[in-house]
Design a protein around this ligand. Structure first.
Ligand code: GDP
Length: 222
């Protein structure tokens, strides 16, 4: 059975003015270049070529919008943390992505993809802060779990869980073996439906920008 029979690419944007209409609901997917973000999107949607797996790390500067079903989107944010990109490109990335988080009213939660072997780099922590600044649910996929033995993968999972604290979801994931794909899909559906707990939130997922200044709180968990 196809999970999202109508899934389709909507548009790419490299400036805020190119974003599609801010209606319906969406979940963003972010990660360091080469962490396995495109492979994860393809595994979750069961479409091999939907998100292009990168041949050149750091080359993609665009935000890609995918429609899962009418009014429900996955938003593929450009990969970060690739050392070879110029300062100008990094600034462009920062403006585009922070603009997205500041403005996007249909955002309901964020997935952050990290290589299970090198999680929580400084860039990952900056990304988590940005996602958490909206006070929306955040769920971490520890990708390429097939590259570690069971014990080491579990160890990495509990270390990351401890580091990020209770409000953030964390799971093991492998687009190669399929482990964790269903769990990730359920996490996304919960966010889209407004059923996922936001970190530190008492009840509902807030709608609209929580911080119109765009300032990111430097405190990431405890
Ligand atoms: P992105 O830059 O974050 O979009 O990463 P890609 O999805 O393009 O993947 C980067 C590289 O990691 C590619 O060579 C993928 O084949 C590989 N890769 C992605 N996910 C997995 C995984 O779950 N297991 C393994 N072993 N390799 C993976």
């Amino acid at each position: 059975m196809s999970t999202y029979p109508l899934v389709r690419f909507v548009t790419s944007a490299d400036k805020l003015a190119q974003f599609p209409a801010d209606t319906g609901v969406e979940v963003s997917v972010a990660g360091r270049s080469n962490a396995g973000k495109s492979s994860a999107i393809n595994a979750i949607t069961r479409r091999k070529g939907l998100a292009r797996t990168s041949k050149t790390p750091g080359a993609t500067r665009l935000i890609n919008f995918f429609e899962l079903e009418a009014g429900r989107r996955l938003v593929d944010l450009p990969g970060y943390g690739f050392a070879a990109v110029s300062g100008e490109m990094r600034r462009h990335w920062g403006n585009l992505v922070s603009g997205y988080f500041r403005q996007r009213r249909s955002l309901r939660g964020s997935i952050v993809v990290m290589d299970v072997r090198h999680p929580l780099t400084q860039n990952d922590c900056d990304m988590l802060e940005l996602a958490l600044s909206r006070k929306l649910p955040v769920h971490i996929l520890l990708t390429k779990a097939d590259k570690l033995g069971r014990g080491a993968a579990r160890q990495a999972l509990s270390t990351v869980r401890r580091e990020v604290g209770e409000g953030v979801g964390v799971q093991l994931f492998s687009s190669l073996s399929g482990d964790g794909v269903e769990e990730a899909r359920r996490a996304i559906e919960r966010m889209l439906d407004g059923r996922a707990a936001a970190p530190g939130a008492q009840k509902e997922t807030p709608v609209g920008p929580a911080d119109p200044t765009g300032e990111v709180d430097p405190a990431l968990g405890d």
